[in-house]
Design a protein around this ligand. Structure first.
Ligand SMILES: Nc1nc2c(ncn2[C@@H]2O[C@H](COP(=O)(O)OP(=O)(O)OP(=O)(O)O)[C@@H](O)[C@H]2O)c(=O)[nH]1
Ligand SMILES: [Mg+2]
Ligand SMILES: [Zn+2]
Length: 341
């Protein structure tokens, strides 16, 4: 069995016991592919030919069923999925702490200056069958009080979902919290890291691997990341537990893919509805009691969700975050919904 470590245009760097080879999907696989989801991606387990073809690539003859698929909506006007990683057990959403005095902690902790929103990542993880974990990195840059305030603000912001989302605090500089992060990849598990540019994803991976596997670069003068990592890459970490990390390029935005990720569990297929239900349990549970099955929780009468906000049982901010996410997933931001004329 081989695993896809790096993806190039039409070719894949594969790792297995015999070492590294480059592979390409065979003609039958290409013919059968209906969408980007049907192509191999980083983290996939594949079956390959032993002998290289004339172009010195081996043929990938089969992509094994995935246990999870992290998938985002590609930026731009066309509705298309973009794969982040396959078979990740955990999605580590990396963020940084909020120094005191930099605005309202409750708002800024969950959305960093680049505007990235933790709830989007959580929904993508849950939709695709990976367990989300939040990693607050660079805790060496703030006081303990500030770092605890960041974690508290995150928990408050995540509402009922907070119970299902562990929050780790790390420093790739002084090594704090790295054992907990490394432990997520114990027993041969795979942990994908995602988040905005410059939060220290590659620095964390390098620390865990004990080598400069991934390039790292300082922030630009305005404090933003420089998009140093340009490709997704599998990074095996040594140690008794084995385990694998997937480093990924920093994202402006991760909008969960609303289509079928093609993965499931005993309860059935996963996907956007299941992801939203896990990321916003207190909203989706109430929504079952709305008068209209297709209630948008905005203007409808007998809406159990807006009633909960009015009664002070549900934070208005939580509902507006949910509605914004649903609208992003529907592609409203790209003007895809045809407006009635
Ligand atoms: N003080 C401090 N600096 C850190 C820490 N982790 C990373 N950095 C610094 O932050 C900068 C960006 O780190 P990277 O690891 O390149 O960030 P990244 O998330 O991989 O960024 P992209 O690849 O652009 O997505 C570098 O200057 C790192 O040295 C940390 O825990 N503490
Ligand atoms: Mg990086
Ligand atoms: Zn409603």
């Amino acid at each position: 069995m081989s695993r896809v470590a790096v993806e190039h245009r039409g070719a894949y760097e594969l790792v297995d016991v015999t070492g590294d080879v480059t592979g390409a999907l065979d003609a039958a696989g290409r013919r059968a592919a209906r969408s980007p989801i049907d192509y191999p991606t980083v983290g996939d387990w594949v079956v390959r030919s032993t002998e290289p073809r004339s172009d010195r690539r081996v043929a990938i003859t089969e992509v094994l069923d995935r246990t999870s698929l992290l998938c985002r909506r590609a930026a731009g006007p066309r509705t298309r999925p973009q794969l982040v990683a396959a078979n990740a057990d955990t999605l580590a959403v990396v963020t940084t702490p909020t120094p005191a005095g930099s605005g309202s902690a409750a708002d800024s902790a969950a959305s960093d200056p680049a505007g990235h929103r933790i709830e989007w990542y959580l929904t993508a993880a849950f939709s695709g069958g990976a367990r989300p974990v939040i990693v607050v990195n660079k805790i060496d840059t703030v006081s303990n009080v500030e770092h605890e305030a960041t974690v508290d603000a995150l928990r408050r912001r995540l509402g009922s979902a907070a119970a299902d989302v562990p929050i780790l605090a790390t420093s790739a500089l002084d090594g704090r919290g790295l054992d907990s992060l490394g432990a997520l990849a114990g027993d041969g598990a795979t942990v994908a890291l995602s988040g905005p540019s410059g939060v220290g994803k590659s620095s964390l991976v390098n620390r865990l691997a004990g080598a400069e596997v991934m390039p790292v670069a300082p922030l630009s003068t305005d404090g933003r990341g420089r998009h140093t990592t340009v490709r997704r890459q599998l990074v095996p970490v040594g140690g008794p537990d084995g385990g694998t990390f997937v480093d990924t390029p920093g994202l402006q935005d991760l909008i969960p893919w609303s289509g079928d990720p093609g993965v499931g569990n005993q309860a059935g297929r996963l996907g956007a509805a299941s992801g939203l239900a896990q990321a916003f349990p207190e909203i989706t549970e109430r929504a079952r009691h709305c008068r209209f099955a297709d209630c948008t929780h905005t203007v409808e009468p007998d809406c159990a969700v807006t009633a909960a906000v009015a009664a002070g049982e549900l934070a208005a901010q939580r509902l507006s975050t949910y509605l914004e996410l649903v609208s992003d997933m529907a592609g409203d931001r790209f003007g895809e919904r045809s407006s009635p004329r």
